[in-house]
Design a protein around this ligand. Structure first.
Ligand code: PPS
Length: 313
């Protein structure tokens, strides 16, 4: 499929025509979830790939063989993309499904389902910066213009996949309607990766030993994923993702928005955020100092890691 310049509009939301068709979007909206499914739900640039990697590593008890040999879109396909049905047909065992769709489009399909839903959220300022850079390298997304132009469109929800506000409020305000729901943030994963891997393992009811958790954490660190061709999108041809214009695994930090935002843009976002999120109790971290981060495990055993943590806390 090429359709790099096409946009598919579905229920008033724009999707890149490159991977989405009316049929694929209808397939998603009418999908029959199985109780054994794990569903990763995100607004773009919020930690989707990271969660795909965490789940893969948890389900493989920290063994990186699958993560290093099967592309993320094949092990956790996007439900709304045209190839999903074929990937799922060929899947044996529990399915991991990814989606960027808003709640209202998937609510009927998820009703009464016991599928495990993991919602990953990321602060709006970092999402806007990451998405802006992604628009520059992804030839299936429109030219974003200046950051200021992009930010205005983004705040109005006039970008592909729709409004960040609608997405996050839609899913989190209906969390109680979903039988198995985990809410986690990019910032939490960044601050405490081991704790986040443990949380996911617990939620999936797939217990790992401490050493397996540490191994899983090691392979889903930014540096490890950046080098992994199965998740860094270097397998995608240049005409679709132009890696000379940026990297998919770009920066991987909390608070990177400060390097691009002007003070005025920051105030604008704060104002829009306050009015749009007035009815929400969600709290976001807009920055996380490096010192507040739990050290990542590399070559330690669980015993030495525990000693290191104890010293720090
Ligand atoms: S997409 O296109 O919606 O699937 O993108 P998504 O995977 O949701 O988000 C991409 C951003 O996540 C960062 N990322 C990570 N950060 C820290 N640690 C790890 N392991 C990690 N993996 C992915 C990636 O770098 C993108 O963020 P930015 O800010 O652009 O670097």
């Amino acid at each position: 499929m090429a359709r790099l310049d096409d946009t598919e509009t579905f229920h008033s939301i724009m999707f890149p025509g490159h991977m989405h068709t009316k049929d694929s979007l209808n397939y998603a909206a009418n999908f029959r979830f199985q109780d054994t499914d794990t569903v990763i739900v995100t607004y773009p640039k919020s930690g989707t790939t990271w969660m795909q990697e965490i789940i893969t590593l948890v389900l493989n008890k920290g063994d990186p063989t699958v993560a290093q040999n099967q592309p993320n879109w094949a092990r956790a396909p996007w439900l709304e993309q045209y190839y999903c049905a074929d990937v799922l047909k060929a899947t044996t065992g529990p399915r991991i499904i990814t989606t960027h769709l808003p709640y209202h489009l998937l609510a009927p399909a998820l009703q009464h389902s016991k599928a495990k839903v993991i919602y990953v959220a990321r602060n709006l300022k970092d999402v806007s910066v990451s998405y802006y850079h992604f628009h520059k390298m992804a030839n299936f997304l429109p030219d974003p213009g200046t950051f200021s132009d992009f930010l205005n469109d983004f705040l109005k929800g006039e970008v592909h996949y729709g409004s960040w506000f609608d997405h996050i409020k839609g899913w989190t305000s209906h969390a109680k309607d979903i039988q198995n729901f985990l809410y986690i943030t990019y910032e939490e994963m960044w601050q405490d990766l081991l704790g986040s891997v443990r949380k996911v393992s617990h939620f999936l009811q797939f217990p790992l030993t401490e050493d397996e958790l540490i191994l899983a954490q090691k392979h889903c660190s930014f540096n490890s994923m950046k080098e992994n061709a199965m998740v860094n999108y270097t397998l995608i041809p240049q005409e679709i993702m132009d890696h000379s214009k940026g990297k998919f695994m770009r920066n991987g930090k909390v608070g990177d928005w400060k390097n691009l935002f002007t003070e005025e843009q920051s105030r604008l976002v704060d104002d829009v955020y306050s009015s749009q999120m007035a009815d929400s109790s969600l709290l976001f971290k807009w920055e996380c100092p490096e010192e507040s981060r739990r050290p990542l495990m590399t070559n330690y055993t669980s015993e030495t890691y525990t000693q290191k943590i104890t010293l720090l806390t």
